[in-house]
Design a protein around this ligand. Structure first.
Ligand SMILES: Nc1ncnc2c1ncn2[C@@H]1O[C@H](COP(=O)(O)OP(=O)(O)OP(=O)(O)O)[C@@H](O)[C@H]1O
Length: 255
């Protein structure tokens, strides 16, 4: 009975579920089988790192799980919503409500200030200008850069830009933040500051994070590391259960 209850709680806490996901890219000349049957479940509040050699399908998996791209075959459920059942428009709204995105290259609009960049997704999702300002400032407060709100990205360091990108991802109060190589363009000290910020937000706000990374020193700070090879999950190990992080890391970090 107790077992049943605990497995029920486990099921309820699952926020990301992929079942036998395939993704093929038809380039006209060849069909690239980027994902070849990925099944995984991620619980609320987990911090999951996805590693693996270049071309193994990490970004494709992130795009398919987050609904930035459609799967060729298989099921993706986010917060119990099967995203295949959503039209493109519904999926866009669902993403805006449930998810935030952080990319290696920040993707801030250069003509807007930090504050305006953070306000943008709120305005796009229909929040009033007044409310957007309040929420964007609260989000910037979380990343500790209130004094930089009126600066444009060109005036900021890489770390500050990435902090604003994180503030933008937080502004819509998502439950999941996807980060594709979030520290790929940063030096090691700044990388660690960005990781510390995401881990703090995970603790404080209970956000679920999925990081795609090549860096072992980043991955080992997640709760769980998934290593991919050739479009499949090769290893899926909670950090505390890893007998030797360096062993998996040497494989995972290969490019
Ligand atoms: N739009 C596309 N059209 C055709 N092939 C693609 C497309 N996107 C990715 N691929 C191919 O799918 C495979 C997986 O690519 P993906 O970008 O997911 O790998 P990755 O593990 O994220 O690589 P990296 O670490 O270099 O970013 C690769 O063979 C890649 O060339």
């Amino acid at each position: 009975m107790e077992l049943e209850q605990s497995s029920d709680t486990h099921q309820k806490n699952i926020i990301i579920e992929a079942i036998d996901v395939h993704k093929h890219y038809d380039t006209g000349k060849v069909v690239v089988k980027a994902l070849q049957g990925v099944t995984l479940r991620i619980q609320r509040k987990e911090v999951v790192a996805i590693m693996g050699p270049s071309g193994c399908g990490k970004t494709t998996l992130l795009n398919c799980l987050s609904g930035l791209d459609r799967v060729t075959q298989g099921t993706v459920r986010i917060a119990n919503q099967d995203i295949r059942d959503l039209s493109d428009r519904q999926l866009t709204l669902f993403r805006a409500r449930e998810m935030g995105f952080v990319f290696q290259t920040y993707n801030l609009l250069p003509v807007l200030t930090g504050l305006e960049n953070v306000e943008l997704p709120l305005l796009v999702s229909g929040v009033s200008a007044r409310e957007a300002r309040i929420r964007a400032l609260a989000s910037i407060e979380q990343i500790g850069l209130r004094d930089w709100a009126s600066h444009r990205p060109a005036e900021m360091s890489g770390g500050q830009r990435q902090r604003f990108a994180i503030a933008r991802a937080l502004a819509t109060t998502p439950s999941i933040v996807w980060a594709d190589e979030p520290t790929g363009a940063l030096d090691s000290v700044t990388s660690q500051e960005i990781i510390d910020l995401m881990l703090t937000l995970n603790h404080k706000l209970g956000l679920t994070f999925v990081w795609v990374t090549h860096a072992l020193e980043i991955a080992r700070q997640a709760n769980r590391v998934i290593t991919m090879a050739d479009g499949l999950i090769q290893e899926d190990i909670p950090i505390e259960a890893q007998a030797s992080v360096s062993t998996f890391g040497e494989r995972g970090a290969q490019r």
